[in-house]
Ligand binder design. Structure first.
Ligand SMILES: Nc1ncnc2c1ncn2[C@@H]1O[C@H](COP(=O)(O)OP(=O)(O)OP(=O)(O)O)[C@@H](O)[C@H]1O
Ligand SMILES: [Mg+2]
Length: 270
């Protein structure tokens, strides 16, 4: 019989906690993109809100450790996460019952920069799964930073059934980076559930005229090349942007808005 170290015991406890947590969560979606600023956070919070409005138990995990935006987008920028009686991290809860875990809720000084690299980031993200009191959830949406670095990689390696949901903005600048992100998923043999096109067109709030901001066919071609479905084309909408800034996702504050309807159609296929 070989000697067991404290480290071995700790590791096996973590593995057990992780398996237990993941077993209690239904569908898991990693919202990602090769490009920054395309609307990952906006899509993630609105999708989570749409599923919560349908009556599902929903969680939202922010693995954007250097630029966490989920707390602000849900009006939780002043909320804290604490340790519960069982030493597990207690998620923050949004006004519509969404359970939220983000590094932002652990920072004493809200403007503190998180200066972590590789191993520390990987450990923190794993702990967000294994050491948070997620309880039973129907859906977990995971908002990631741009690119194909430690954060999305760690999620995909830690959560075998997490399905990537790719976001693009329809611009050629985004398309190149998003094509790389699709290749990253190919290498990992983790095909995306689909592509979401965001902000490639808009409707003038004054005259109602629909205008293309980018080539509207570009996202379709990108999806086809990646062999995934184009699941939604969301307009650039001032109300949607403002709602995120104000911490009340549009799907929740204005469910009948066109942007909200498109998000709800997307949520219905997830
Ligand atoms: N469909 C939309 N209509 C209007 N504004 C939008 C839309 N989608 C996103 N925005 C706005 O664009 C900005 C960037 O969006 P968001 O933060 O969701 O992008 P991101 O991809 O998460 O960015 P990052 O790569 O920095 O994490 C935000 O100010 C947001 O409110
Ligand atoms: Mg973001």
């Amino acid at each position: 019989m070989s000697l067991v170290t404290i480290g071995d015991l700790e590791q096996s406890r973590r593995r057990r906690d992780l398996a237990e947590t993941l077993g209690g969560i239904g569908r898991k979606y990693l919202v990602m993109s090769g490009k920054g600023g395309v609307g990952k956070t906006t899509v993630a919070v609105n999708l989570a809100a749409a599923k919560a409005a349908e009556g599902y138990a929903v969680g939202l995990l922010d693995v954007d450790l250097h630029g966490p935006s989920v707390a602000l987008a849900l009006g939780l920028e002043d909320a804290d996460m604490a340790l519960g009686a069982d030493e597990k991290l207690v998620p923050m809860v949004s006004e519509f019952g969404l359970k939220v875990v983000t590094i932002q809720g652990l920072l004493k000084n809200r403007d503190e920069a998180v200066i972590w690299r590789g191993p520390k980031k990987i450990r923190a993200i794993r702990q967000f799964f294994s050491e948070a009191a997620w309880g039973k959830l129907d859906y977990l949406f995971i908002d990631s930073p741009p690119g194909t670095g430690d954060e999305p990689l760690t999620v995909l390696q830690t959560v075998p059934d997490a399905r990537p949901l790719m976001v693009t903005s329809g611009s050629r600048l985004a398309a190149g980076d998003v094509a790389k992100a699709f290749n990253f998923l190919k290498l990992l043999e983790r095909p995306a559930a689909g592509l979401v096109d965001n902000q490639s067109w808009y409707i003038c709030p004054k005259c109602g005229l629909e205008t293309d901001l980018h080539d509207r066919q570009a996202a379709g071609r990108l999806a086809e090349r990646a062999g995934v479905p184009l699941l939604a084309s969301l307009p650039l909408d001032l109300a949607a942007g403002r709602a995120t800034e104000e911490g009340r996702p549009l799907v929740w504050s204005q469910p009948e808005h066109l942007f909200s309807k498109r998000i709800k159609e997307l949520a219905a296929v997830l």
